[in-house]
Design a protein around this ligand. Sequence first.
Ligand code: BMA
Length: 863
Amino acid sequence: MKTSFINGTFTLSPCNKYTIPEGIKLPQDMTIKFPGDIHSTLIRNKCIPDPYYRLNELDVQWVGKTDWQAETEFTVSKSFLAGRQFIELEDADTFVRVFINGNEAGLCENFFRKWRFEITDFLHEGKNKLRLVFESSERHACEKAKTLSHPAPCSVYDIFSPHRNLVRKTQCNAGWDWGICLMVCGVYKPIKLVQTATGFLDYVQTTTEPDKNGKDWNVCVKAIYNSLKPVKTNFSFSVSDGSAGGDGRVTDGRASQVLSEKSVSVQLVPGENIIETTLTVKNPDVWWPAGCSPEDEKKIAENGLPLFKDNTIYTLTAKAAGSVIKQNLAFRKLEAVSEKDEHGRCLYFKVNGKPVYAKGSNWIPCYALPERQTPEKYDHLLSSLVAANQNCIRVWGGGLYEKDVFYDLCDRKGILIWHDCMFACSTYPADKEFLDNVRLEIRHQVRRLSHHPSIALWCGNNENLGAITWYEESRKNRDLYVVDYDRLNEGTVGDEVRKNDPSRLWWSSSPCSGDDDFADNWHSDGRGDMHYWSVWHEKKPFEAYYDITPRFVSEFGYQSLPSLSETRTFADEKTDFNITSPVFEFHQRSPGGNSIIFENFARYFRVPATFGDMLYLSQVQQALAIKTAVDYWRSLRPVCMGAIIWQLNDLWPVSSWASIEYSGKWKLLHYAAKQFFAPIGLSLYKKDGEVKCFVLNDTSRSITPSVTIKLVDFAGKVLKEEKIPTKTVSGESSVCCYSKKIEELGFAPNTFFIYAEISFGNIKSSETLFCTQPKKCELEKPNVKFSVKKDKAGAFLITLTADKPVFYTSLDAGNIPGIFSRNMLTLIPGKPETVTFRLTKDRKLTEQSFGKKLTVTSLRDIY
Ligand code: BMA
């Protein structure tokens, strides 16, 4: 087998002119390279403006309605013409017609499949021509709509591309309630030419199981070989240390050693062949979610908030007839447990026997323009996830089966993946053509990804069960739509997942209450996973998080406005810096979103006067909303075993539920998450007029911490101090250590706050709680001072002092890329706090210039 890549320059031109608005001038000699996308090429050539800026999105909609063609030449040698030749495209978005020397080789029609077309009869020695025609997905979707026996309604937003659910493309490309509508097209992986006389080693699936002795592990290997003829072929498999990385890199520098190997000789038949064997590896390192390994737990016990060690990733190499696959391998036993119990039906992850509380976020595509995604962006987002004490991510069904680098990072960092299949918020067709197309998509993706240790479960879709009740057509004719749903979800998607990966739990939808239950799981909290949106979409107060006792919350979210530096990237200070300006409202896609934010300003806080203060307060508010939920749901362990925040990231600059802005800057919520998800800590909340404090311990070890509760007035005077009698808190548990009615505390609730401290070993952390809405408290104006020093490693140390208690103290370094060690602090007089700021990109920056950019804002500043 020989492989080469077509990585030359293509000329790019539109196939038709009628979709192109007047005044748009396209250069005759425009070029594109693949991997690449057409929108990015047009931006580079200044044919369209930056779609993220102000209202520009509206001016670029024509690009997705247009057909485009890209043409190039490539050279083929005589030796390449031996055997048979194929062209392979992956991440071809979405309707891509492939021509070799004027002959049509095939049509790609599903972004999530891998396409291979035979071109033996079309190639010749010397120069050949490749032409790719990108046919508008929107046009295909509209044509498909005309052929349906009954309509298939889907969710739409302010700016959208119609019938997105009828084409197999990243669903949020068509616009979402946080997303820009960009119907991008292009090819995002290198285009391959393959020559072979025998066939293709397409996939190698692995599962691992501990041996009876408890130390050695068996690796069950299943290779899938697509043979062109009947032939006897030797397959060799080996396990070595040193990781392959997502794309076959060996990353740890030293020469890797083979730890186990096996060969099998197989008589192949034409078509698909499955070759299975088992290898044994002696005493390998075991894979753990972040923070759960015995070494991590030891560090947690000593230091509280450690940097976790990456997992050891091994490499599985498979070879057959000149084809080689190298991929990640790690050793772990992972169960997703869902059983009936006295509360209903549980759902939780168990890794190597340890029940793991899933603390995490939902993931959406990290870019709207495919070319802008870089491995660095994935690394920043996933490192930030783990740095905020999270161990789980949900790949949401409106996005994509992610790039290899995503899974590689999750494998290393120990991030459990809840993996949706790519269907969201819609009814979908169930005709044969659609189902056949989906079947091959799921087969490909499950076979491609199942070896990753980080994938914890496969889920059928996002909210499609619920969506049956969203639309008039499906409400009126529920039976018809339930049958369609079942044919797609269970009969096709579930069927392929179960057949191709029996090692993992198939979870039919998110949310749902378990197999064979078609109830909408939005408000019932006893069984399975739930999406709890009453606090945002139903506008309920934060206290509504206390109304449920969920088993596993796979979505709950609360929005904030972007930071000031983020706002500058899409808005003009002169005209747009007002939350009801057209541009600022345009960058808010959740219906009534800014009003919900504003309503809660009024519910809990004094309404800020300036634009900057509104941005600040919105981020405080978002952090508090989510903290309210997590503090409570963690205290419900083991009944509740998962809290997955909607959402981690953004794909353009926008007001949204994300905890990290599009630029990569952490919002206050992400800093708060670092604290409220800490493996050992306090949960301090008030519910039904009562203050409660729990010690949370996610490690397997018992701990005996000391906890102190102080009532402090707004001048900083301690009114009461209580040392809680020491209690042993066993591993993997939450224990209530304090509970008192507010009216019994002895002071008017608007005159003091509660400050709780936990300490043991080197761990010390604190929580602050108001006993009434902050707006009712007459806070004293503090004098906050800070000084900045640069340490030897180039990090800035910021020391803050105050003469009065200071609440929700936010440090903001503008657009300087970096991360604070902590943020949203409570400052207590006489207790200086030092916070570190580490740059995430190398930049020469002095203490003075950093100090000038740094702003410190607190709650009293907005009074
Ligand atoms: C959910 C998600 C998304 C949506 C979010 C916010 O339910 O699944 O579709 O963006 O809520 O509304």
